[in-house]
Write a protein that binds this ligand. Sequence first.
Ligand code: GLY
Length: 409
Amino acid sequence: MKRNVVVAWMGALLLLTGCGEPSHPRVLDQFDVQPHIDYCAAQAARTLASLEEPTLIPNSIDADTCTWRMASVGSWTCGFWPGQLWYLYEATGQESWREAAKRVTDLIVPVGYRRARNHDVGFILSTSVGNGYRLTGEPAYRDAMLAGADSLVQLVNPAAGTMLSWPNMVKRMGWSHNTIIDNMMNLELLFWAAAEGANEPLYQQAFRHAEVTMQYHFRPDGSAYHVAVYDAESGAFEKGVTHQGWQDETMWARGQGWAVYGFTLAYRFTQDERFLQTAMRAADCYLKRLPADWVPYWDFDAAEQLSEPQPRDASAAAITASALLELAGYVAEEADAERYFTAAVRTLQALSSADYQSRESKSSFLLHSTGHMPRGWEIDASISYADYYYLEALVRLQRLQRNEPVLGK
Ligand code: GLY
C-alpha cells in the first residue's frame, strides 16, 4: 500500500539532506501555513458576527458586493460552511468553532433521511455531517451518513452502472441517463458507508460508477467531459456534453478538479491502480495547461480561444490543490510525488496572496471563483466551496508538515 508516501518521501529527503537536521522539502520551507489558517479563522469569525441568525448558511458574495447570499438546507452548497467550521475546530481546538459547526450541521442531518433528489446528497453530507462525525464520533451523524448513502445509491441505473446525477435534466435536456464528473466526489459517501459496515452492494455500486466514468468520461488527453449521457434503457454511452463549461469539447476547470479529486478518493478506498492512473492523467492534463500563476480560468479553452478576458476560478485551484496533496502520497515515482506536491503548494501560495485572498474587502477567504458562467451566476465571486477546499488543503498541508497522515484521523 502506498498511503502516505509523501510522509515517507519527506522523511527520505530529510535523510538525503544529511547532517541529521530536521528538514522538509524546500517548497515547504517557503510556505508557512499557520498564518493562513489564522487568517481563515479571523475571516470566518467576521462572517459569523455578521449573520442575523447563527443558523444561516453563507454561500457566496458577488463581485460587486460585500454581502453574503445564503444557501438553503438541501442545496448542493449547504455543507461547505459547516465544513469550514469543523476544519477550524480541528485546526484550533477551540470549542466555539465546534459549537458553531454543530449548530448548522444539526440542521443538515435530516437531509440524510430524505429521498435523494440528485447526486448532491454526497457533497452535502460528507462536508458537514461527515466532518462532524470524524471529529466528534456523534452517533446521530453516523446514522445520517449511512441513511444518506442508502438514499444516494437509489440513483444508480443498473444498465449504465452509474448514478443519475440530475433527474431534472432527463426531460429538460433529453439526457435520459446523465452522470456528471462532479458525481465522483459523492462516491466518498458510498465508500465510507461500505467501510463502516454498510451493505456490500454499496461498495460495488461506487466501484462500478468509477469504472464506467473512467471508461467514458475522458478524452484522450485526460480532460473530462462535464456530462456523460447514457441511454437509460440499454445503458449505452451516447455522448459527452457540457452544462457549466464553455463548449462540449472544452475543459471546464472545476470539472477537471472534481476529476482529479474524485479519482484520487476512489483510489484511496479501492487501491485500484486504474483509478490512480486516471487521477494522474487528469492532474497532468490540468497542470500542463495551467496559467503561470497556478489559478485556472473558468474554462481552459475559453481562455485560450476567446478574445475577451475570461474570469478565473479559484475554486478549481483550491479543489485541485487539496486533491494533489493526497495524490502525491499514492504515486509510485518520487518525481511524480514531488511534482504534485510542489504544484499543490505553489497553488496554495498563489491563493494565499493579495491577488486571491479577500482580506479586508470581504469576509470570505478567497476572491475570484466562477460558479456558473453560461448562466451568468457567481462570476468572479467568493464562493463557500472555494473557501472550504482552500482551508481543507491548508489543514492537509499542515498535517503533512507535522508528519501526520494527510487525511487526519
Ligand atoms: N457541483 C456543481 C459545481 O461544481 O458547480
